[in-house]
Design a protein around this ligand. Structure first.
Ligand code: ADP
Ligand code: MG
Length: 700
């Protein structure tokens, strides 16, 4: 039968129902999907090192014969170590597999095996070299065929029952069967310009590199074949973004008046302080967008506390002065209420009418609010997701502002915009996004950055302490409260559970009774009724409460400049971005601020790295990079609904430079006049995998 890229994998020889099912679970449905399942590593199996030449500390790929193998169990221990003895013509090697019970019965004397691992000195017998838990592959009869030895061999991550050896065979068979039948969707001129091979040869060389290929380059995914495949993946994603952006720019939007005297006066009237140079610059960028007759799509990025809110309110004033309404959507009720109060304070000076819409409102109040929104009486509407719900109808929405963008999915962003007729959109985030992620996630947005803090901020120090130090920590907090400052104490959970985590409710009671009986404490967590939350937050803001015991509900946006101390218990339980956000609640006033992270003394692993990163730096970009490194892009923004593309070949960490290149090329191509339709067709002709990701990009 005639195999093509679109053929289902079950038509490949060697793929029965069971294997097809295992592949399907990894979304490998077609031959094309399979071809884009690349090796994660390559081994040079052209010349092997003789066992006699091994030196401790080096990594080797070697071939040998199984001489003996046995499982050693230890009395009283469930674990077992599998011992393997290998020989070649020059010597012997001992191999240990910890937790090796699964290997029992796997090896027979005389079998040929290929190992990849590090030679080390056996600590009990210093004369011997050994390998511990190496990767290995048993070769077929006669010491391996031409796919397994005598070449640079691709190593795949196993997929269920499909071992690296099985996958290698399948891929080889698929490439053989396809022959020249691998069309290339990339423009030929583009490939030529960057010295990239065509798709067929690239796939072939990425799976079965020629013997002349440089192994280090291969393992760094830097060969022309690999670069071509990485480029391709970025290119089509960026092309999708570029076309969408073109489309948006062609849409008619609102051309607000921005430069007349009345608006200048209105802006001056509301400003409670002198804006920083950075705030002035981004407002100018936003105003320029507002003045253009196409819808604005701008991302406003700025560290926590850099002063994004006032910029958003200024933009709102421009919209309102033009006779439109503005909406300001926040991810939590606490934050929505805070925005509402700030907007009332600031916009009140200009006589503008501000409304609040959250889900927890009493029916009568809610009905009245909805009416004022629908009639246009409400000029700025602050709220939560409640804003995008069905019954909310705006009179004339001209500007949609979304705060803490990363908390919302792309669909929610779209739904808010649909509450108006092509309104301008401003999305704000305090999450410092590594540039590679910004380009993929928000590649169709214009970017404004507030890279400067308002003046007169006191310094912020972060320290790490353990449970044993708590008595001294509380004494320190008492001292700060005595000087008139306020403090947050944050816990990972609301109620005690089996996990033995300290919980906000129990700790609030304990701290009120036993530690700070003379102070005024408040408790805040997500399960409180809404008006109770508001009451507590307002009391803290007004200084009536000195200490707020809380869960992460205060994570985003809460702004109380007099709060200068934050104690986070079980700090190892929080993510890096989350800790950074939490810490952003302090350091907002003139006084020196203190963030005290409580974590076990013997903490290791990622938890320790997270805390050390936080102690070392307050630089959001640095923290974002560390976070991306520790968690990987998939986790960085939570689920795919936030729009992070699921890349199958490329890596945002590794392939930064190719991403930039692909973006430049894709945007240049999309700008060429008269090509949009053809390019849309090109994207539509890509396989379903691409379709899904491109669609995801489109909804934003
Ligand atoms: P974020 O960017 O985290 O949303 P906010 O807009 O909440 O930051 O601002 C943080 C604090 O800084 C607020 O109390 C705000 O009033 C204050 N602020 C913002 N800009 C200035 C400025 N130019 N001068 C003085 N204070 C400012
Ligand atoms: Mg904010």
């Amino acid at each position: 039968m005639n195999l093509s890229l679109g053929s289902e994998v079950k038509y490949l020889r060697g793929v029965g129902p069971q294997r097809a099912e295992a592949l399907a679970r990894r979304v490998i449905l077609t031959v094309e999907d399979l071809l884009y399942y690349l090796p994660f590593r390559y081994e040079d199996r052209i010349r092997f090192t003789p066992l006699a030449d091994l030196r401790p500390g080096n990594v080797y790929t070697l071939q040998a014969e199984v001489a003996d193998g046995s499982l050693l169990r230890f009395r009283g221990r469930r674990d077992a170590i599998y011992h393997l003895l290998l020989r070649d013509a020059t010597g012997a090697l001992y191999v240990k597999f910890f937790h090796g019970a699964y290997l029992d019965g796997r090896f027979r004397p005389g079998q040929q095996i290929v190992l990849h691992g590090k030679a080390e000195i056996d600590r009990l017998r210093p004369a011997r070299l050994e390998m511990v838990n190496p990767e290995f592959e048993l070769l077929g009869a006669a010491g391996g065929d031409s796919l397994e030895v005598g070449r640079i061999v691709p190593i795949y991550e196993a997929i269920g029952p499909l071992t690296t050896r099985v996958l290698r065979r399948l891929l080889h068979a698929a490439l053989e069967a396809l022959g020249e039948n691998i069309p290339d969707p990339l423009p030929a001129g583009l490939l030529e310009r960057h010295g990239l091979p065509a798709r067929g040869p690239a796939l072939r060389a990425a799976h079965f590199p020629p013997p002349t290929e440089n192994l280090d380059q291969l393992n760094a995914f830097q060969t022309p074949a690999q670069r071509r495949l990485i480029f391709e993946e970025f290119f089509f994603f960026q092309l999708g973004l570029a076309l969408r952006r073109r489309q948006q720019q062609a849409e008619p939007g609102i051309a607000f008046r921005v430069r007349d005297e009345r608006i200048r006066e209105a802006l001056k009237r509301i400003l409670p302080f002198k804006p920083t140079a950075a705030q002035k610059r981004v407002l100018a960028e936003i105003a320029a967008d507002l003045g253009r007759p196409t819808p604005m799509n701008r991302l406003l990025q700025g560290e926590v506390g850099s002063g994004k809110t006032i910029v958003a309110l200024e933009a709102a004033v421009i919209a309102i002065e033009n006779g439109y309404q503005a909406a300001l959507m926040a991810p939590t009720e606490i934050l929505a209420v805070q925005h509402y109060l700030a907007a009332r304070r600031v916009l009140g000076r200009g006589g503008y009418r501000v409304e609040l819409l959250v889900s927890g409102m009493k029916p009568a109040a809610r009905r009245q609010a909805l009416e004022r929104v629908a009639s246009g009486e409400a000029q700025l509407v602050a709220g939560t997701h409640a804003l995008i719900e069905e019954p909310v109808a705006f009179h004339k929405l001209g500007l949609a502002i979304i705060d803490e963008q990363h908390r919302f999915g792309v669909l929610q962003r779209k739904r808010l915009r649909e509450k108006g007729a092509a309104p301008d959109a401003l999305v704000m985030t305090a999450t410092p996004i590594p540039r590679t992620l910004a380009l993929t996630l928000y590649g169709d947005l214009d970017l404004s950055v507030i890279d400067q803090m308002p003046p007169g901020r006191g310094p912020l120090v972060t320290v790490r302490r353990s449970d044993e130090d708590l008595a001294r920590v509380w004494e320190f907090v008492r001292g700060e409260l005595g000087r008139g400052r306020q403090a947050y104490v944050v816990y990972p959970v609301v109620e005690e559970s089996k996990q033995e985590l300290k919980a906000a409710i129990a700790q609030y009671e304990r701290l009120s009774r036993a530690v700070f009986p003379e102070c005024r404490l408040g408790l805040l967590h997500g399960r409180l009724a809404n008006d109770e939350k508001d009451r507590v937050m307002e009391a803290f803001r007004a200084g009536e409460l000195q200490m707020l015991v809380s869960t992460t509900v205060i994570e985003v946006g809460v702004d109380v400049p007099n709060a200068t101390v934050m104690v986070i218990e079980h700090a190892e339980r929080f993510g890096l971005a989350q800790l950074h956000q939490l810490r952003g609640r302090i350091g907002r006033g003139r006084e020196k601020s203190y963030c005290i992270l409580i974590a076990p003394r013997d903490l290791g692993g990622e938890g320790r790295e997270r805390i050390e990163t936080l102690v070392r730096t307050t630089n959001g970009a640095e923290i974002a990079d560390a976070d991306l490194r520790l968690r990987g892009p998939g986790e960085f923004f939570g689920t795919a609904q936030h729009g992070a593309p699921a890349l199958r070949v490329a890596s945002l960490l590794r392939d930064r430079e190719l991403l930039e290149l692909a973006r430049r090329e894709a945007f240049a191509l999309a700008e060429e006049p008269g090509r949009a339709d053809e390019l849309e067709r090109l994207l539509a002709s890509l396989d379903p995998h691409w379709q899904r990701r491109y669609e995801l990009a489109k909804v934003g």
